[in-house]
Design a protein around this ligand. Structure first.
Ligand code: ADP
Ligand code: MG
Length: 693
């Protein structure tokens, strides 16, 4: 239940006269249907009209308001349907022109010798003044005012400005008067107004000062949203660790054994990160840690050691991946050490046959299995662990804060480690991972060759074929990634199947194919033919984006590279250069590409550093896209713009920490106000933690 003061804002727009379910659906798509959603649907532009008394070239193409008397009306009988009313203004004539307008309506509104007041864009044809499709027409003696300033809103098809305006007006009426939650100093420093005033000025500006200050009003609201978010994250941080676990001993038998068997030494960063993780795991407080590392920085082995730490202390560990392919690959890697370490590791995905699955599930339940590897389904389904202590999510930026919160509630005695596929920009770490502790693998294992990146336009595809030929002669392997599985009628894109056939002509029996529409067996067969180099070319869709590790692969070809985002391109490129051989990434692109796509390709050519790429990515695209949360139920902001308001996020982060340290229960007057803020920006789930903690 919302707070009492906010009840009016939880009303839905279908309670407005003339707003049916159809309109509500449109609003749902646009911004939401509660008044609460609508007050934060801010205008994206502003019309300014000028009130004039006579016609003059000075006003040409401006939006004017003018009064005049109708001298003549006329409607065509044939197509095109035109209706014209001629106004007399100070001895000059002005034609009001409508195309395809309802004739009776026209003649009802435009009557000879009547005075009207009208607004629209002034134009001229020859030396005839005209306004085409005026935006307001009132009777001359009407007491309605045409607004001088008028806001325009982002629309969605099927919704008119009129409807949105009405919804804005109604929801604004419901806006209660709030007490201030931002501290006075900060308000003064930034010249911010109250929330109510800021909203009012943005939606209903009525003088030039209002329209010049839109940045300040907007900033104030963006800050509110940033603060709400940071408060919520800090509350989650504070309360979700509450469950007290048994502390672990520092038994290191298995880990030491594995170190001896590894063909390489852990890097300094890997060791540093692991020290932190062991400490977290051993303590009585729950771990919630984000491990960031660029592609190829060696996160998997970190995961393995972390899991061994709980296993050698008598607990179970799980490693979850976004795809089955990746689960299988991790499983194969871990499995190599199973006998040597004398532990039991199993793979659990939806594709495993029922009988096997039941056995595995039983063994997980009775504790025979120490490590489970599988897709996210593991801890969401009915699998019951005997004593799961550590769950590692090898994710592709797919979980939102509140999804993690749900997860943490379901496994209250489990430590969590989330590993990202590529680095996350600093600002997004604050807004989307602020509930966690952060570890970063900055460096990569040494001896990694640099991956050279070039872009080649499609007509030069033959050069690429030649490059493949040379690579195969040297016994190297090639990835070829396509955006689609099958040819599509609506999109002119290369499909994996077609491309595989094409390559088969040049390289008979050397092409293997994998995509998401194959079943697990087919996928596995294709992948293993490729990984043991029976077939040196793998044509694939982005199912191979994450994690696939084939050290012998030296060429990555990405077809229609202009279709992919930077993070994805970088992730795909990271599939080569994993051994010691020199590698190359070829971005095949369509010649007619836009500027942003072009810029992306050039970023790819210029740098191999995932941390730089993620920052650029954020600048080039919206945050929702970078994190991929738009589709997966993650959080989007209503007003806050990660690029524009970065500084506000940092301030909010500091403020929120201070507030939660001082007043973790959000008690007292300020606490009550802050709770309102959390509700306003839909961050109220965090409040429940206070009550239950
Ligand atoms: P990612 O961080 O992208 O998941 P992986 O864990 O798949 O990277 O590691 C990439 C490759 O580097 C693997 O082949 C892995 O065995 C290897 N690797 C990991 N750590 C080291 C190290 N310290 N020295 C050398 N190679 C390493
Ligand atoms: Mg990985």
């Amino acid at each position: 239940m919302p707070l009492k003061i906010l009840e009016p804002l939880y009303k839905k727009i279908d309670t407005i006269n003339g707003f049916g379910p159809h309109t509500a659906n449109k609003f749902e798509k646009l911004c939401g249907v509660r008044y609460l959603d609508i007050i934060f649907h801010l205008p994206n532009s502003l019309i300014k009209r000028i009130l004039i008394e006579d016609l003059h070239d000075l006003y040409l193409f401006k939006r004017i308001i003018i009064k005049g008397e109708i001298k003549k009306t006329w409607s065509s009988y044939k197509k095109p349907k035109i209706s014209i009313a001629t106004l007399e203004v100070n001895n000059q004539h002005l034609d009001i022109i409508y195309f395809n307008v309802n004739k009776p309506w026209f003649h009802k509104n435009f009557v000879k010798e009547h005075e009207i007041i009208i607004s629209g864009e002034l134009s001229k044809k020859g030396n005839k003044w005209q306004i085409i499709h005026p935006d307001y027409v009132y009777e001359g003696n009407s007491n309605l005012n045409i607004p001088i300033y008028e806001t325009l809103y982002p629309l969605t098809s099927g919704l008119t400005h009129k409807k949105i305006k009405k919804a804005i007006i109604e929801s604004h009426k419901a806006l209660p008067n709030f007490n201030e939650w931002i501290n006075i100093e900060l308000l003064k420093q930034n010249n911010w107004n109250t929330l109510n005033e800021s909203l009012h000025k943005l939606h209903f500006p009525n003088n030039i000062k209002d329209t010049n200050n839109t940045n300040i009003y907007r900033e104030r609201i963006a800050y509110d949203e940033a603060l709400a978010r940071q408060l919520a994250l800090n509350l989650i941080r504070k309360y979700k660790y509450k469950s007290i676990q048994k502390s672990l001993n520092y038994n290191s038998k298995l880990k030491n054994k594995l170190i001896k068997k590894l063909p390489f030494q852990l890097t300094k960063d890997q060791n540093l990160v692991l020290v932190k993780i062991y400490k977290d795991l051993s303590s009585q407080e729950r771990m919630f840690r984000l491990l960031q590392g660029d592609v190829g920085s060696g996160k998997t082995i970190v995961a393995f050691f972390a899991i061994l730490h709980v296993v050698e202390n008598g607990y179970q560990g799980a490693l979850m991946t976004p795809t089955e392919i990746l689960a299988y690959q991790h499983y194969k890697f871990f499995k190599k050490f199973e006998d040597y370490l004398n532990i039991k590791i199993c793979l659990l995905t939806s594709k495993i046959n029922k009988e096997n699955k039941n056995n595995i599930i039983n063994d997980i339940k009775n504790g025979k299995v120490n490590i489970v590897i599988g897709t996210h389904a593991i801890i969401q389904s009915n699998v019951i662990f005997k004593n799961l202590r550590l769950a590692i999510i090898d994710e592709q930026h797919k979980f939102g804060v509140y999804q993690r919160l749900e997860l943490s509630k379901k496994s209250p005695n489990t430590d969590f480690l989330v590993m990202t596929a590529t680095p996350i920009p600093r600002t997004l770490v604050l807004t989307d991972y602020g509930d966690m502790d952060i570890s970063i693998l900055y460096s990569k294992p040494k001896d990694r060759p640099i991956i050279k990146t070039i872009s080649v336009s499609i007509p030069r595809i033959k050069e690429v074929i030649n490059a493949i030929e040379r690579a195969i002669k040297k016994n190297n392997q090639i990835f070829w990634v396509c955006p689609l599985v099958k040819d599509s009628e609506s999109l002119d894109l290369a499909a994996a199947e077609t491309r595989a056939k094409y390559l088969e002509k040049y390289f008979p029996n050397k092409v293997s194919l994998v995509h998401g529409q194959m079943n697990a067996n087919e996928k596995e067969k294709s992948l293993s033919e490729f990984s043991n180099n029976e077939k040196p070319i793998l044509v694939a869709t982005t199912v191979i984006e994450v994690g696939i590790d084939i050290p012998n692969a030296t060429i990555m070809i990405i077809e229609h590279a202009e279709r992919f985002g930077l993070a994805q391109l970088h992730q795909l490129r990271g599939r080569v250069g994993r051994g010691t051989k020199e590698s190359i990434c070829i971005l095949l692109y369509n010649q007619n590409i836009g500027n942003i796509a072009r810029e992306r390709l050039s970023v790819m050519r210029e740098t191999n550093d995932g941390f730089i790429i993620s920052e650029k990515d954020l600048k080039l695209r919206g945050a929702g896209e970078v994190l991929g949360t738009k589709q997966s139920g993650g959080q989007n902001f209503k007003v806050l713009d990660i690029n524009m308001h970065e500084h506000l996020i940092h301030i909010a982060n500091k403020e929120a920490k201070l507030i939660i340290n001082k007043n973790p229960d959000l008690s007292g007057k300020l606490g009550e106000n802050l709770k309102i803020l959390l509700y306003l920006f839909d961050q109220d789930k965090a409040i429940k933690l206070i009550n239950s903690g």
